[in-house]
Design a protein around this ligand. Structure first.
Ligand SMILES: [Zn+2]
Length: 341
């Protein structure tokens, strides 16, 4: 007796399966592109020794070869590398030479990995924000010298979120560069260590901060003022999907002129990646908010393992074969044309 999976595979081969629901495992013929994949440069770990000890965090053994091995085992063709944690810590001043050095160290390392394996890796370059001038310089270096694929930002910088006017010059430049901006979750100064025993960021704070980032960008009109930037949000949008209706309905009317197409339009234009958020509660809500063209595969490897994302995705029945092809690869190829096969 053939399984449902065999039946669907046959239909897909016959070209008749495009509208049928399908599991995520089926539709990865050309290999997934993972947009949420951390690098842990050895030089960064050495430079951060004191901070790592203070925060009790032991980074795991990592090398590009380790990433390649797990990517091969999991059908991942290409991973876009991003830094492993915030570069500007609370102990640093706003324009810290150390933050500039750490961003450059990450970016030079990542760019070398991409040069060594141009088909297997891409680079989201780090910026030393909230240092505006240092960030503008790093954008120039990342694009003109390193040929980075995009920029990795955090969802917050101490007590500021990305829509803050203090960051406007940086987004203006990213708009001029047609940048892809990957927002990695962080916890703002307000909201760290709120519950004793749960660690600095607790369990849910990253997803709440992701929603705050969207709120901050929308409130300040950033997506409409800088429409060339493609923003990617992590973990299927975190709390964005649940809170989007409230952000749409309660958006301050006196700010509406900043978003001529409305709030909902911008939510439908953002991108969202799937890391550790592949169950129906997350994906059904995401499908309701944004078209499939805005959904990307992400894993959060090596901080988390692939199975946390790929197991639920493989059981999800809400996408067609064509949808899976777009999510696994096609949508990312649009963002990173050099990876087009
Ligand atoms: Zn991550």
């Amino acid at each position: 007796m053939h399984s449902r999976r065999d039946f669907l595979r046959t239909m897909a081969v016959a070209g008749a399966g495009a509208m049928l629901p399908a599991s995520g495992q089926q539709a990865r013929p050309a290999g997934r592109i993972d947009v949420h994949h951390h690098m842990i440069p050895p030089g960064y770990v050495t430079a951060m020794q004191d901070e790592l000890k203070r925060t009790n965090w032991t980074p795991r053994q990592w090398s590009p070869a380790i990433s390649l091995e797990t990517m091969d085992k999991n059908g991942i063709a290409t991973s876009i590398l991003s830094p492993v944690q915030r570069l500007v810590l609370d102990s640093m001043s706003e324009t810290s030479e150390r933050a500039r050095m750490l961003a450059r160290l990450n970016n030079d390392f990542g760019a070398q990995v991409v040069r060594d394996h141009p088909d297997r890796f891409g680079l989201f370059a780090a910026l030393p924000l909230p240092d505006r001038d240092g960030s503008l310089r790093e954008i120039e270096y990342a694009y003109d010298t390193l040929k980075a694929d995009g920029i990795a930002l955090w969802t917050s910088y101490r007590d500021k979120w990305p829509g803050d006017p203090a960051f406007d010059a940086v987004f203006a430049e990213l708009n001029r560069r047609n940048a892809v901006v990957f927002f990695h979750p962080a916890a703002g100064s307000c909201c760290r260590d709120l519950m004793p025993g749960l660690g600095l960021s607790g369990i849910i704070e990253y997803d709440l901060d992701t929603a705050r980032t969207a709120e901050s960008l929308l409130y300040n009109g950033t997506p409409a003022r800088y429409p060339n930037i493609r923003f990617i949000f992590s973990h299927s949008g975190g709390a964005i999907t649940t809170l989007a209706d409230r952000m749409i309905d309660d958006y301050p009317k006196d700010h509406l002129a900043q978003l001529p197409h409305g709030v909902e339009y911008e939510f439908r234009r953002f991108y969202y990646e799937t890391a550790h958020a592949g169950k129906p509660a997350a994906l059904d809500a995401l499908k309701d908010l944004a078209p499939v063209s805005q959904i990307l595969f992400g894993s959060d490897v090596p901080i988390r393992n692939y199975e946390l994302t790929t197991n639920p995705l493989s059981q999800y029945r809400g996408f067609s074969v064509a949808d899976w092809q777009a999510i696994n690869r096609g949508n990312a190829e649009r963002l990173f044309p050099r990876l087009k096969t």
